[in-house]
Ligand binder design. Structure first.
Ligand SMILES: Cc1cc2nc3c(=O)[nH]c(=O)nc-3n(C[C@H](O)[C@H](O)[C@H](O)COP(=O)(O)OP(=O)(O)OC[C@H]3O[C@@H](n4cnc5c(N)ncnc54)[C@H](O)[C@@H]3O)c2cc1C
Length: 275
């Protein structure tokens, strides 16, 4: 149950490799948080760039023109020397490549599942001490923390894997999940009408939570993430080493690896590549 929740994918669709994650999931070591939220990582990285980061405009096509690359998006075009494609795996099949990715690579990308997760956040009428509870019956967990920016006045809940979200009726809003949270945690006293439910499947910039490692025949996903050209490389959590996929650490590592690949600081990792 813990594994299914963390990987946000149905247990019966996972193979035995995933058991390797269990020791990390049941560790009692204190979990670290980024004070102020994970977004601060992206903001700090962006602050070091010479120009502003364009947000809110999706890239639709990546065209190779000789040694150069043209990036074509919603209302803009850019000619660039190099490009790192780091959009979520679930959105990659919608991005046009010219020339197209080899069939085998496009199929490998489409074959990697993206997990599904949702979070519920609901303000509380009073402060609560840090606590975490798991609903074994309904397969979600809930917690309060003093690191929520309000000193413990928000109850958070997490549910992973599509069938679990289905049973919580997240498509219909937070009502059923709130009721089950109330049953799990009497005395919480939530302001139900201000509950915020986020389902990343419905976020057009994500379409899911994170990648689920590809099939055992290609455990590193090499076929999916082989660079189409020396100056056109993939990054993002789904391109990280298998032990780091689906994590922020994996995303950061993949970005550093992509930069090294482009700068030629070390040869790109040996990849099977599409034939
Ligand atoms: C609910 C949830 C909880 C999580 N909890 C944890 C956790 O506790 N610890 C942990 O380590 N990891 C956690 N993760 C995973 C972690 O957030 C991801 O692994 C990480 O953010 C992936 O980073 P990324 O850069 O690969 O992709 P993203 O952070 O998804 O960045 C991709 C970017 O591409 C943009 N984009 C999409 N389409 C286009 C387009 N066409 N053109 C231009 N831009 C586009 C998106 O807007 C987005 O900014 C969690 C994920 C979820 C969903």
């Amino acid at each position: 149950m813990r594994l299914q929740s963390a990987l946000a994918h149905p247990l019966d669709a996972l193979d035995a490799r995933f058991l390797a994650h269990l020791p990390d999931l049941v560790t009692t070591a204190e979990a670290r948080r980024v004070d102020g939220g994970n977004q601060r990582l992206a903001e700090a990285l962006a602050a070091r760039l010479p120009g502003p980061v364009r947000t809110g405009s999706a890239v639709r096509e990546i065209r190779r023109e000789g040694d150069a690359i043209r990036v074509i998006g919603e209302g803009f075009e850019l000619g660039v020397e190099a490009c790192v494609v780091a959009i979520p795996l679930a959105l990659l099949p919608e991005l046009r490549f010219d020339p197209p990715l080899p069939d085998r690579q496009a199929e490998a990308i489409a074959a990697i599942p993206t997990s599904r997760a949702a979070k519920l956040a609901v303000p509380l009428r009073s402060r609560h001490a840090p606590r975490a509870l798991m609903s074994a019956r309904h397969r979600f967990w809930a917690w309060t923390t003093v690191c929520d920016g309000t000193g413990g006045r928000i109850a958070n809940a997490w549910a992973g894997a599509a069938p679990v979200l289905g049973r919580l009726a997240v498509e219909a809003g937070p009502a059923r999940w709130l009721a089950r949270l109330g049953a799990l945690w009497p005395g919480l006293d939530p302001v139900a009408e201000d509950a915020l439910l986020t389902d990343w499947q419905r976020d057009r910039w994500a379409r899911g939570a994170y990648s689920v490692l590809p099939g055992i025949a290609d455990p590193r996903g090499d076929a999916a993430i082989a660079p189409p050209a020396p100056n056109l490389v993939f990054a993002g959590e789904h391109t990280a080493e298998p032990e780091w996929t689906g994590t922020i650490e994996g995303a950061l590592r993949s970005g550093a690896r992509a930069a090294r690949d482009l700068l030629g600081e070390e040869p790109p990792r040996a990849r099977a590549g599409p034939s």
